[in-house]
Design a protein around this ligand. Structure first.
Ligand code: CUA
Length: 333
């Protein structure tokens, strides 16, 4: 048992959070108990099979009609029960450690989508392929999803939680070891599943502060914010260059002035006046009218670009940023 515990340093991924080693030790405890029980059962089974095998001329003892042995039955009920309760209590303690959210924890909002993660910090910093957490401070991950189910897994923290649309699942962790670790999506979510890999950096507090500063958007105008947003969410399908369609959807360059043809045969002349309505329809209800030559593949951004705002009004500021940017995508006069 002790040798197993010592060996786990190389058997398991690095442990970079409080409680991570305890999770390893619990795993080895369960494996150890299971292993000992397996060997004992096998030895006894072969022993009895040989000892009580049928031999010619020796009468069978089956007719002795043994019904039960109270002492033996109490023992084989209570001893495993005690061992199971140790496993349960140990696992429950580790689980509750991640479910108990300290009030001073750094909150990171995580959104999974096909096929990337978005990490948002209270400071305004964001990360997609990379995130950082400060060493020695409790961090809580609020995890949700935009489209289908994903699952966020940090092996070095021994922490994993499902990302489910319209739902927040949280866990808290206190990183202890500075380093670079892996983060994965562990719910098969389609062709880009494997590209949802992220780099998790545990940094000393001062370096973490610097990382955060470097990842805060400096975009000051709606146009610049819209450009950042389009680059993050749209350009994997659409292009923003003149005369060049995207890999999956039409080009977003020069929308104003374009005569759009749709698969239902209708057309729309896009102007400065109807641009907002058209972009709103195309992002919130993308299946309503589909540009001729393309498929109905786009996901709705309902609840993302337009969401409930203060005082019961809607907040469409992110959509307006995008419209401002798209308005600027046209030949200079
Ligand atoms: Cu997201 Cu797999």
């Amino acid at each position: 048992m002790l040798s197993l515990l010592l060996a786990n340093a190389s058997l398991m991924p690095p442990a970079a959070a409080e409680g991570a080693r305890s999770t390893d030790h619990l795993l080895f405890f369960i494996l150890g108990v299971g292993g000992v029980a397996y060997v004992a059962i096998m030895i006894l089974m072969f022993f009895f099979v040989i000892k009580y095998r049928h031999r010619p001329g020796v009468p069978s003892k089956v007719d002795r009609n043994i019904t039960h042995n109270t002492k033996l039955e109490v023992a084989w009920t209570l001893i495993p029960l005690g061992i199971m309760l140790v496993m349960f209590g140990w696992g429950y303690r580790n689980y509750m450690r991640m479910q108990t959210i300290p009030t001073d924890a750094l909150e990171i909002n995580v959104t999974g989508q096909k096929w990337s993660w978005e990490f948002k910090y209270p400071s305004g910093a964001t990360g997609t392929k990379e995130l950082a957490v400060p060493q020695g401070r409790a961090v809580v991950f609020n995890v949700t999803a935009r489209d289908v189910m994903h699952s966020l897994f940090f092996p070095a923290f021994r922490a994993k939680v499902d990302a489910v649309p319209n739902r927040y699942n949280a866990f808290a962790i206190t990183p202890t070891e500075v380093g670079e670790y892996d983060g994965f999506c562990t719910e098969y979510c389609g062709t880009g599943h494997s590209s949802m890999h992220v780099i998790l950096k545990v940094l000393p507090p001062d370096q973490f502060a610097a990382w955060e500063q470097a990842h805060i958007s400096r975009a000051a105008t709606p146009e610049a914010r819209g450009a950042e947003r389009v680059a993050r969410d749209c350009t994997s399908c659409h292009s923003v260059e003149a005369g060049k369609p995207g890999p999956i959807g039409p080009s977003l360059y020069g929308l104003v002035g374009r005569e759009e043809k749709f698969t239902d045969g209708s057309t729309l002349k896009i102007t400065d006046e109807n641009l907002y309505d058209y972009v709103r329809e195309s992002t919130l209800t993308p299946q309503k009218r589909i540009v001729a030559g393309y498929g109905p593949t786009m996901n709705s951004f309902q609840g993302i670009l337009v969401k409930p705002g203060p005082n019961g009004k809607e907040d469409d500021s992110e959509l307006r940023d995008i419209v401002a940017y798209l308005r600027s995508l046209r030949p200079k006069q």
